[in-house]
Design a protein around this ligand. Structure first.
Ligand SMILES: Cc1ncc(CN)c(N)n1
Length: 208
């Protein structure tokens, strides 16, 4: 039996919904998010993206050469993204040299463990991580200022296209993978979904 990214989304609609729809983002859309919550997200997400960039580097290291184009484009976008995070943090006078919160630590440690897994599992996790932000920031629709630019970073049409390419690459390698690898890919998808939900909650908790 084959496994595709689309099937993962269809088989786990509730879990995926919780990964991509959260009061944190809804309150960004409305402009009611507390600055302390948003700033916590900004700093912790920067720290996450540093480790995510390393993860993508490891994915590249074991990817077939015909997947390089998409992954290298992703790494180039991450270079811009890391600089953009620094700019946004400076505008808000936020210190990025702080400790990761437990949820961020656990997510980053999980990304590390992905390196021990077969390429189809890593490709599936990579796609799921990017899709979570693509949908998370896109689903609420137009956000009020100053959040428009944040929603646009991951919700724009180009990013949607990039996530589609990641899906095609994951689907391609899942097609020839064993049942056991399919099982691991499904577990990775579910772990990513749970971490995404927890990450929104971590930022939301900053005001309580
Ligand atoms: C927590 C999280 N998940 C996903 C992404 C998108 N790279 C992100 N920036 N942060």
């Amino acid at each position: 039996m084959n496994l595709t990214c689309k099937q993962l989304l269809q088989n786990h609609t509730q879990t995926w919904h919780e990964a991509t729809v959260h009061t944190f983002i809804e309150q960004c859309k409305l402009g009611t998010i507390h600055p302390q919550q948003f700033n916590t997200w900004l700093v912790q997400d920067y720290l996450f993206v540093v480790d995510f960039t390393r993860m993508v580097g490891r994915v590249l290291a074991i990817a077939p050469p015909d997947h390089f184009d998409v992954i290298l484009a992703g790494l180039a976008a991450l270079k811009d993204e890391l600089n953009w995070f620094k700019e946004k943090a400076a505008q808000r006078e936020l210190n990025l040299d702080v400790a990761k919160q437990p949820t961020c630590i656990q997510y980053c440690e999980y990304m590390h463990t992905l390196a021990t897994m077969p390429y189809p599992v890593q490709a599936t996790a990579f796609w799921a991580i990017e899709l979570a932000y693509n949908q998370g920031w896109q689903l609420p629709g137009v956000m009020v200022e100053p959040y428009t630019e944040f929603a646009d970073r991951w919700g724009n049409a180009g990013f949607t296209e990039y996530v589609k390419l990641l899906e095609h690459q994951a689907d391609e390698v899942l097609q020839t993978a064993s049942e056991n690898v399919h099982q691991q890919a499904q577990e990775a998808f579910l772990r990513v979904a749970t971490f995404e939900k927890d990450f929104w909650q971590m930022a939301f908790n900053a005001a309580q």
